[in-house]
Design a protein around this ligand. Sequence first.
Ligand SMILES: [Zn+2]
Ligand SMILES: [Zn+2]
Length: 363
Amino acid sequence: MVHSCAKCQQRATVYDVGGSKCDFCFQQAIIHNFKTTISRKGLAQFGDSVGVAASGGYSSQALVDLLGRSLFEREDGKTSRMKLKVTLFHIDFESPLHSSNSNIEVIQSLAAKYSFRLCTARDNHSCQQLWRETFERIAWKDFKDTSDFEELSRILVYRMIAFLAQSQGCKIVFDGLSAHSVCRNILTSISSGNGFAIPFEVSPADISGRFFDVAIHHPQYDITDRQLMRYVWIRKIDFVAPNLTLSRLTASVDSLTMSFLKDLEEQHRSTIPNILRTSSKVAVPLQFSYCSFCRVPVGSNGKLVSPLTWKIHDKKDNEEKVVTRLCKACQHRQRRMSMETFQLFLSSLMAFDKALEYKEDYG
Ligand SMILES: [Zn+2]
Ligand SMILES: [Zn+2]
């Protein structure tokens, strides 16, 4: 039996949630979804300066390409109504879990294609310093848990993206989080005792204020991984099959949750939308603070730990006591890591946040 596109009746090549589609109609549907999320959820306004967190993985490749097409492609002679000033931010540091060399090339070529500016962490003094103070000084044998490792990379990368964005005057950043990644974050929030953060995780707009003046939005929050991979593949950008870089032996909470979701979705197609829909019903709390370590919003279950003291490097060589609060996940993390490593990370991250909060010129 030959399927035909539900929209234009041509031969269908994509079997998608809304029925079979041809390549062309599939791409149009994805672009439409992307644009609608940006406008309906108020992620950016006409003329805004917008940053993109571009790791170079398939979902950020799709993000850059979708943004480029939304801005420059004109269908049926109509002028695109979107106008944004775009800068791509790429963290080009190496860690055992975060390799950058192969990814920077695809980002460079996408940036050139749409004349987007590209800004990398290596060019920024403060980001270099944070990286040196944390990842380069770590004793890797201290990490027995792959999940902690992945989490720490993510925590550092998001901090740096926010910092780079601020240094370039971008208060809005888009990241490539897909429906799958949002569901993974929801499920891992529940399993690690951070259920409080769910309304923040499920929202396409960053309503947490966790990075001070910089908001990191998720315009692909209801596009699935399968759709994004298909999109990148059709566009012949630089398809890299995901999940093959990590060996199965080093399964983490992240990768296990992802494969759990994938299996579940194959049996029940509505799994991902159901998780998103149900989670979006949780009310956004009125009062909250942030975990000092991972910046996730915390309520009363956030534990206050002994105030951290560090020397401020000013002329008087002052000391300052800083209130530290940890979410449930970071409380457990603290127990798994050595005291020394945890403190090292915490004080570096908090010093970095101070620079982010007060917009000090560390560039
Ligand atoms: Zn079609
Ligand atoms: Zn935390």
